[in-house]
Design a protein around this ligand. Structure first.
Ligand code: HXC
Length: 516
């Protein structure tokens, strides 16, 4: 063959690769309202930046009709490209090829591109749409999953890993995402489950539909498996691009800085009236976050899960920071099992990728009751202390109102090595609220009093005088300063600038034994 013919053969082969499972299967994919693997990559990456790897790899199995189902590329498209000019590696499962089933060949391709991503220090994005392990390949498929899970684990804390769920992700196809840092699901079309409805019915007799079992809202609000819910695939890919904009490429590079456009000394007077003096009244901590950090920069993570806590990325004078806050607008911002998991996980991600942390505290403590105790609130709550104690990034905290008992300690107190703790004038730092404290301390005395209510009121007033303001804590250095709420932005910017080159030397060890 002459060179022209060779080149034409290549172009024909390339076109065949682009057809995936064929025109009919692509049509079926579109009819379901889903994009193809390649269309998704095109929407994720900057135009024209995709560089494919391994387009000609095929599976090597013949049993159970696999011989007739061999197509170049098999059931995944992998490669690398750019998002907003920054490098990223991508694997996009192709449902048109045997349901995107996870084959030995798919494993080989995904593992190769993940290895490349780790080596190059760039984030890895998996676009998932798969029926799970390819049944016909038996142990070869399972071995492939093992290889991928091992790599996800090795890459954890080295490069950010994001999973976008765009179809029925069953069995093994949920555990690689489960090992990654962020999971984005779409409404209606994406599902995640270990065992499907038919297996559940056979084993337990329970009848459950896909949506209840593992739809986006189930995982965003109940299980906490999903971090973001997108309206559709285009929105999910836009969310991925937005998320990448807050993340460093790896654990050595800094998170991307933007040129600040918001005045670092902007003092929002509304903050000074945000916290109601009556401790039983709620307010929305997001109002504080929105007003303190660079305007419009807050990107909430895990918004639907454990709404009594708020976590997310934001920018402070152009720098990415991680924000953690109790949410007084939801069950008074109490800490429970789910909030503990949500906070601890986010803190560890930020620490792994050198993103400074700012924590806002208004919390009456841990949620009481048998549901929480039996569910292991001790074990889960311990994760927050562990995560903050272990984190060596610059850590700032602002006590906005209640910092009672365990909440003061675990939510980034000075003694788990928060660098600077500020208190607003509304802060109350105590072992517990005044009413509860008086009932415990003076129960016997109150029983003896002729007018117990008058005495109780007196004791409560005394307790509030001592602990109902931040000055007792400030007088002993337990908080570093009392600041006006409207000063918070300027003070945090100055503190983070001061701490920019913070050095910390943890004790040498293989790894700690985090309570899990
Ligand atoms: C190979 C499979 C397959 C599988 C489906 N297909 N599941 N091929 N291995 N596991 C094929 C179908 O025959 C079909 O091929 C194509 O993929 C698309 O599947 P459909 O059923 O037509 O798609 P849909 O109607 O959208 O239903 C999707 C589904 C369903 C709900 C996910 O396919 C399903 O329940 N599949 C089984 C899921 C599962 O149990 N997977 C294994 C989990 S065990 P044609 O040729 O007709 O297009 C596992 C072990 C690892 O993953 C665990 C590690 C922890």
């Amino acid at each position: 063959m002459n060179p022209n013919e060779l080149n034409e053969t290549l172009l024909r082969r390339r076109e065949a690769v682009r057809q995936g499972g064929g025109a009919q299967a692509i049509e079926r994919q579109h009819t379901k309202g889903k994009l193809t693997a390649r269309e998704r990559i095109d929407r994720l990456l900057d135009a024209g930046s995709f560089q494919e790897v391994d387009p000609y790899v095929t599976h090597r199995h013949t049993a159970f009709g696999l011989d007739e189902k061999r197509v170049p590329g098999d059931s995944v498209v992998v490669g690398f490209g750019r998002v907003d000019g920054r490098k990223v590696a991508v694997a996009s499962q192709d449902f048109t090829v045997i349901g995107g089933s996870f084959s030995e060949a798919q494993a080989q391709k995904v593992c190769k591109v993940l290895d490349l991503a780790v080596g190059a220090g760039v984030p890895f994005v998996a676009l998932n749409d798969s029926v799970g392990a390819r049944i016909q390949e038996g142990v070869w498929s399972l071995a492939g999953y093992s290889e991928l899970f091992w790599r996800n684990t090795q890459a954890s804390g080295v490069i950010p890993q994001i999973s976008v769920m765009l179809g029925p992700c069953a069995g093994g196809s949920v555990y690689s995402p489960g090992l990654t840092d962020f999971i984005i699901m779409t409404e209606a079309l994406s599902h995640m489950f270990i065992t499907g409805p038919e297996v559940i019915k056979t084993v337990t007799g329970e009848e459950v539909d896909f949506e209840t079992l593992g739809g986006a809202h189930t995982h965003a609000a109940i299980s906490g498996v999903a971090h973001f819910v997108a309206a559709d695939e285009t929105d999910a890919l836009a969310t991925t691009r937005k998320l990448l904009g807050y993340l460093p490429s790896n654990n050595v590079d800094p998170a991307p800085r933007v040129t600040p456009t918001d005045d670092p000394n902007r003092a929002d007077p509304a903050l000074d009236a945000l916290v109601p003096p009556d401790g039983s009244l709620p307010y929305n901590i997001r109002d504080a976050i929105d007003r303190i950090f660079d305007l419009g920069s807050f990107f909430e993570v895990h918004a639907g899960f454990a709404p009594n806590a708020v976590v997310g990325f934001t920018r402070l004078h152009g720098e990415v920071v991680g924000v953690v806050a109790n949410q007084p607008a939801h069950v008074a911002g109490v800490l429970d099992i789910d909030a503990s998991d949500k906070i601890a996980r986010f803190v560890r991600f930020c620490d792994a990728f050198s993103i400074s942390l700012v924590t806002f505290i208004d919390c009456p403590g841990f949620m009481p009751g048998t549901v929480q105790e039996h569910g292991g609130i001790i074990r889960h709550g311990a994760k927050i202390v562990y995560a903050y104690s272990e984190a060596t990034v610059p850590k700032l905290a602002v006590v906005t109102r209640k910092a009672y008992g365990g909440a003061y300690i675990v939510m980034s107190s000075k003694y788990i090595r928060t660098d600077l703790v500020y208190a607003w004038p509304t802060a109350e730092i105590a072992v517990m609220g005044a009413e509860g404290a008086v009932n415990i301390l003076y129960r016997k005395q109150l029983e003896r009093e002729a007018d117990p209510e008058a005495v109780r009121t007196q004791f409560i007033a005394e307790f509030k005088e001592q602990f109902g303001s931040p000055y007792a804590a400030a007088a002993s250095g337990h908080v570093d300063d009392v600041i006006l709420p409207s000063e918070t932005r300027a003070r945090l910017i100055a503190a983070l600038d001061f701490l920019r080159d913070k050095q910390a030397a943890p004790l040498p060890k293989k790894h700690g034994c985090m309570p899990l």
